[in-house]
Structure formats: structure tokens, C-alpha cells
Design a protein around this ligand. Structure first.
Ligand SMILES: NC(=O)c1ccc[n+]([C@@H]2O[C@H](COP(=O)([O-])OP(=O)(O)OC[C@H]3O[C@@H](n4cnc5c(N)ncnc54)[C@H](OP(=O)(O)O)[C@@H]3O)[C@@H](O)[C@H]2O)c1
Length: 241
């Protein structure tokens, strides 16, 4: 039976590359995006890349596009129902979607509407995803949850700036700790991962390649049963909280 993985915000950036890398490992990847046509385009691109390698007998890539807006409870519930009906389980949930790297703001004067909006996607989105997909993860023999976070959320080295983004990722890290502990007995490994500074629309130019950032996420998505839970990692190495 195939390993079923779902990635949020997978039409571009790190999420899209995470889907490619998981599919190359043989996972059936549910490639989700707010816009179904963007998800379909990314899934087709993954399959086209595989077809180009067909001469090298690369394994068939299975990428299934699905509409999913993490801030829309109806969309999240629909995606969970679809996954239940089609696969009956979920093995890997990658909470990747995020917004608002607010370099233009300072905490002392931040627009709190922007701070709340960031939390809707970056915190409450992953939280709702975990709640809705938990019954499906419980049907897996090796369930994993990866919350894509950022070293910006490390309290140990935190300074000022990017207040909406940073606060939302700190809270995501706290969610990771709580959920990991609550699901320890269910053998569901839950970790927060920083992809590093990556050259995407969010990261801007100058960061490392998307493939390297995605690999940091893949490490946590493919942990063995003896792997850690409730940790914060980049490239497989612990980061200070
Ligand atoms: N790039 C970096 O240097 C860096 C560093 C540290 C951490 N990270 C983290 O890595 C993850 C991916 O970042 P990235 O650089 O790939 O960002 P990105 O290029 O800006 O892509 C963000 C993705 O999230 C999606 N998204 C936004 N709101 C959504 C919603 N409500 N529902 C579903 N999808 C939504 C976007 O979809 P649309 O196309 O529809 O907008 C897009 O696919 C994020 O969690 C980010 O915080 C990135």
C-alpha cells in the first residue's frame, strides 16, 4: 500500500518541491493549493518531469491535485472527506502554507489586523488541519506531522522585526510541542522544521536552492518509527527553541 502524503501551499515554493521529492520517494502526494488549477498545473509539472526521466526507468509519480485553503474550514473538511474516501488514511501531513513575512513592520507599531491575518494562515490553519486529519493519521501505521516553521521563531536568538510572521511561528512551535506530547501514545511523530533561508517568493533572492530547503522538510516527513517527536530541526539537526 502506498504512503499517502499531503502538503499545503504546494503550488509554488518549498511546498511544490516537497511534493516532487516525496513523489520521487514513491509517496502518493496530495498536492494542495488554494486554487485548484494551480494545484493541477503543479501536479502535471511533477508528472512531466518524471516523464522526461522515463528513459532512466524512474518510478511513476503519483501527484493528486486538490483544492485546499487552510483558512477555510469548509475547504479543510472537504479535503479530509476526499482523502478518507479515496485513501482511507493519511501517512504524512506537511503544514507548509504560510503568509506575511512582514519586514515592513515593527512590533511596537504593527497593524494588529495584519498580525491576526498571519495567525489565521500560519497558526490556526495548521491547527485545524491537524484536528481534521487526525482520524486519517490514526489509520496510518507510521504517521508523521511536519509543521514548517522558521528559525525566526527561536526565542533563544530573537530580536525585533517581522512581528506578525514571528509571533505566528512561535505559536506554531508551541502547537508542535503540545500536539507531539498529546499524540505520543498514538506513535504520531510531530516536529517543527526550518527549511533555512530559501530563494522563493517569500524568501526573496539570495537564499539557498528550493531543493535544499525542501530536503530539510523531507527529513522530518520520512523519519523512522524510532525518530524524534516534539523537536525543532533544520537539515536534521536540532535548533534551539
Ligand atoms: N523561503 C524562506 O526563506 C523560508 C524561511 C523559513 C521558513 N519558511 C517557511 O517555509 C514555508 C514555505 O515558504 P515559501 O518560501 O515556499 O513561501 P511562498 O513561496 O510564499 O509560498 C507560500 C505558499 O503558501 C500558500 N498559501 C498561502 N496562504 C494559503 C492558504 N490560506 N491556504 C493554502 N495555501 C496557502 C501559497 O499559495 P498561493 O499561491 O495561493 O498564494 C503558496 O503556495 C512557509 O511555512 C514559510 O514560513 C520559508
Amino acid at each position: 500500500m502506498s504512503t499517502i502524503s499531503l502538503v499545503t501551499g504546494a503550488n509554488r515554493g518549498i511546498g511544490r518541491e516537497v511534493c516532487h521529492q516525496l513523489a520521487e520517494l514513491g509517496h502518493t502526494v496530495i498536492l494542495t493549493a488554494r486554487d485548484l488549477s494551480a494545484a493541477a498545473e503543479a501536479a502535471q509539472a511533477a508528472q512531466a518531469a518524471q516523464a522526461a526521466q522515463a528513459a532512466q526507468a524512474a518510478p511513476a509519480i503519483r501527484a493528486e491535485p486538490l483544492q485546499l485553503d487552510v483558512t477555510d474550514p469548509a475547504s479543510v473538511a472537504r479535503a479530509a472527506r476526499w482523502t478518507q474516501e479515496r485513501h482511507g488514511k493519511l501517512d504524512v501531513l506537511v503544514n507548509n502554507a504560510a503568509i506575511t513575512y512582514d519586514t515592513w513592520q515593527r512590533a511596537v507599531s504593527a497593524d494588529l489586523a495584519v498580525v491576526r491575518e498571519a495567525a489565521e494562515t500560519n497558526l490556526y490553519g495548521p491547527w485545524l488541519m491537524i484536528q481534521e486529519f487526525l482520524p486519517l493519521l490514526r489509520n496510518s501505521d507510521h504517521p508523521r506531522i511536519v509543521n514548517v516553521s522558521s528559525e525566526a521563531a527561536s526565542l533563544a536568538s530573537m530580536g525585533g522585526g517581522t512581528p506578525a510572521y514571528t509571533a505566528s511561528k512561535v505559536a506554531l512551535n508551541a502547537l508542535t510541542r503540545m500536539v507531539a506530547d498529546e499524540l505520543r501514545r498514538d506513535r504520531i511523530l510531530v516536529n517543527a522544521v526550518c527549511p533555512g533561508w530559501v530563494a522563493t517568493d517569500m524568501g526573496g533572492p539570495g537564499g539557498r536552492a528550493v531543493a535544499a530547503g525542501a530536503a530539510s522538510v523531507i527529513w522530518a516527513a520520512t523519519l523512522p518509527d524510532s525518530g524524534p517527536t516534539g523537536g525543532f530541526f533544520r537539515d536534521g539537526r536540532p535548533l534551539p527553541w
